[in-house]
Design a protein around this ligand. Structure first.
Ligand SMILES: [Zn+2]
Length: 66
């Protein structure tokens, strides 16, 4: 499996949940991925919001999340 790195800060490897969140929030065809911190900044939310989103997706048994 290819290792993704953050498009902004270069952090790698990104966690499965980070990648899943990128796909959920930015669209499944995204080619650039953001880590939690950079994604939060990009979307103008805080990381708590992102973690809450992950829990929400997990509850719906989304396969993109662990
Ligand atoms: Zn980053």
């Amino acid at each position: 499996m290819k290792e993704e790195s953050c498009y902004i800060c270069g952090k790698k490897p990104l966690e499965k949940n980070e990648i899943g969140l990128n796909k959920k929030l930015l669209g499944s065809k995204v080619t650039k991925f953001y880590c939690y911190e950079c994604l939060a900044e990009y979307l103008e939310v805080d990381t708590e919001f992102l973690f809450a989103k992950i829990e929400e997706f997990k509850d719906r048994s989304c396969t993109l999340f662990l």
